[in-house]
Design a protein around this ligand. Structure first.
Ligand code: BGC
Length: 663
């Protein structure tokens, strides 16, 4: 009855209700349970430990969703169990972290945000959705819309930076890109606004740390991109690991019921973060997993990601009267609604087409889109005496730095489905320009290991043995291009830092090279703002190139050689010192904002560093110059003002400018 095609919203609601009526309490709770992919799907079914339990639950209909499962063959196999072996044959929703691409990676989200180009960002999400959907996936845990003002926090790489306005626009672009105009298409994914809420305000930038913010920050800074995501039709939310003002977000009724579901009328579902229900015990908020399940369900967390709390405890909690069954119905209804919208009841295998998978993944068109996005994401921070763009003929160019030949780091931290060594390196990108003599020397490694689960920062290399070779190459060069920064796993989840310089011996390498050749172009590869005072003072040209994805090296080379004129603007302030953090452009005045007279002490300032950032939000240079004239403002109504300005390219290069207006 519920497998025929859907024609309207009313239709969906009727089908959901009809199905709900047939479901037992355990089956409804099953919809609220999500497991991670757990066995070699091409091999025999699992036997030991958790895997066996999960498999048993799957067959009973006690699993509503799987994550970290990918590839048509694998997804089909699991989906088949849900469809053919469970009593009601309800399809699974298959989630995956498609954060900035699937196998073909685009720049990390912070980098994309530096483009300020909403069309390009939307396109990038569209491409990611199409490629991931071809691999059997129908739900992404993106976009992360957490505003953050703290570069110490490693996850700033996954967000849109510090500004709730730009962040909201980008949230909309990304949700629309992932979801398209029709969720039931086999090329689109359900999106997920995360992490609700406050994750980006963790105390002292330390990952998972306590969050304590006032109502103004919550309403004016943290909430807007989430609200914007709902306006754009986002179908799911993820809650958050952190405590917010005394209560873990996962068990926070104010956030999930009062605000999200009641005030904002969100009718999709909320998934917990990984194990965040169970973690309420460690928070000291719940006494055990059962208590955690009770708190989370009552607070409005609809789906349990890997805590085993709902599947093991919820039925008893309902029977004992501690969780209202209406809450279970509500959660199951929300989850089923999204499954119907995705068209999974119509055809549970609609994302499982081997032929399409083969044809679509890694398509040239995706690489083209990734390159376009990568070029637009680069920010020119300094260009003294027009050292850039580089001349294309007759130059001796020294290329130095381990990151210059690194084909994995540009893929960033979220690259689960991408293969290592598949990014175009800067070395490869520059080799495409054959008019110059290019010599490469590593100089020094950044870190010793490159895995997702080891501590990169603690194992930064101290090895200087390759310095002499690099110095020799630099000495005779016309221009030295140095690619320095963080390896892919030095930002992202669990990668907080207290110092924001160049890791390892890279600073020493840079200063040593500077002694023999001052004509340096510094290309930065990093997932967060860095502190660059020395660099700004000494190095003539600085290019912020983040982690730009699969086409990284081509994008960087094209910018260095002037085939693309950089147009990016920073989405986050770059501090002069870590001690200034949190630092952001839209700060409030104090009662003593300015120096009253030379040498006076009692005003809002530091003794050792200026108040301003080194590079502010919105900053970014071009190879050309722009002139702004004739600013005019006209009040259209009590809600609208129209502002216009004449913009003129006054330089020698074709260029793009992001016109910014602040009020
Ligand atoms: C992250 C989420 C992510 C989830 C699933 C968590 O550790 O915080 O953002 O979606 O894992 O991989």
């Amino acid at each position: 009855e519920f497998s025929s095609s859907i024609t309207s919203v009313v239709d969906v609601e009727q089908k959901v209700e009809a199905l709900l009526k047939q479901m037992t309490l355990e089956e409804k709770i099953g919809q609220m349970n999500q497991y991670s992919g757990f066995w070699d799907l091409t091999g025999p079914a699992p036997t030991g430990g958790n895997a066996a339990k999960k498999y048993e639950h799957l067959r009973k209909g006690y699993v509503g969703s799987m994550l970290n499962l990918r590839g048509v063959e694998n997804v089909r196999k699991i989906q088949k169990i849900a469809i053919e072996e469970t009593r009601l044959g309800i399809p699974l929703i298959i989630g995956f972290d498609v954060i900035h691409g699937y196998e073909t990676l685009s720049p990390i989200p912070l980098a994309e945000s530096a483009s300020w180009d909403l069309e390009a960002i939307k396109k990038s999400a569209e491409v990611a959705a199409e490629e991931a959907a071809a691999a059997g996936i129908n739900w992404t845990f993106a976009p992360m819309v957490d505003i953050s003002r703290d570069a110490r926090w490693g996850r700033v790489m996954e967000g849109a930076g510090e500004d709730p306005y730009l962040g909201s626009k980008i949230a909309i672009a990304r949700v629309q890109g992932f979801q398209g105009s029709d969720l039931s298409q086999h090329t689109t994914l359900a999106a997920c606004a995360k992490h609700f809420a406050g994750y980006g305000f963790s105390e002292s930038g330390r990952e998972y740390n306590t969050v304590d913010v006032g109502t103004s920050t919550l309403n004016n800074i943290i909430f807007p991109p989430f609200q914007a995501s709902i306006d754009a039709g986002v179908r799911t939310f993820m809650n958050s690991f952190n405590e917010l003002n005394g209560i873990p977000a996962t068990g926070n009724r104010y956030l999930q019921r009062d605000i999200l579901k009641n005030k904002w009328k969100f009718d999709g579902f909320v998934v917990s973060d990984w194990g965040s229900i169970e973690e309420m015990t460690a928070h000291g908020h719940a006494k055990d997993n059962k208590h955690a399940a009770e708190i989370a369900a009552n607070a409005g967390s609809d789906m349990d990601m890997e805590s085993y709390a709902y599947v093991n405890e919820l039925a008893a909690l309902v029977r004992e009267g501690n969780v209202n069954e209406a809450y279970i119905d509500d959660a199951a209804r929300r989850i089923l609604r999204v499954k119907f919208e995705l068209g999974l009841f119509e055809d549970p295998y609609k994302y499982c087409d081997e032929q399409r998978e083969k044809e679509i993944i890694g398509q040239q068109a995706f690489h083209d889109a990734s390159l376009d996005m990568a070029k637009k994401s680069i920010v020119l921070l300094k260009n003294k005496n027009q050292l850039l763009p580089l001349k294309k003929q007759g130059q001796k160019i020294a290329l130095i730095g381990a990151l210059a030949s690194d084909k994995t780091s540009p893929l960033g931290n979220w690259r689960i489905a991408a293969k290592d060594n598949t990014a175009v390196s800067v070395l490869e990108g520059m080799q495409a320009y054959t008019g110059n003599q290019l010599t490469y020397a590593k100089g020094a490694d950044v870190s010793l290991g490159k895995t997702q689960f080891t501590e990169e920062l603690k194992i930064n290399t101290t090895d200087r043995s390759e310095f002499p070779k690099a110095l020799a190459v630099a000495k005779t060069a016309d221009v030295v291009v140095m690619v320095l920064g963080e390896v892919g796993y030095q930002s992202g989840e669990g990668r907080s830092r207290t110092e924001l310089g160049l890791p390892g011996v890279q600073q020493d390498l840079l200063e040593a090279i500077y002694e023999v050749n001052k004509n340096i172009v510094l290309v930065l590869n990093n997932g967060r703002p860095l502190v660059l005072n020395w660099h700004n003072e000494h190095i003539p040209a600085i290019v912020e190139a983040w982690q730009l994805g699969t086409q990284s090296g081509n994008a960087i080379a094209q910018v260095l050689y002037g085939d693309y004129n950089p147009s990016g603007k920073l989405p986050m302030s770059f501090p002069r010192a870590v001690g200034q953090i949190p630092i952001y452009y839209n700060y409030k005045n104090t009662g003593r904002p300015t120096l009253p007279a030379p040498g006076r002490v009692f005003w809002s300032h530091y003794q050792d560093v200026e108040n301003t950032p080194l590079y502010s939000f919105g900053y970014g240079l071009s190879y050309t110059s722009f002139e702004y004239t004739n600013l005019q403002a006209e009040v259209l109504s009590d809600k609208e003002v129209s502002v216009s300005v004449m913009l003129k390219n006054t330089g020698k290069f074709t260029g793009k400018e992001v016109v910014q207006l602040y009020i």
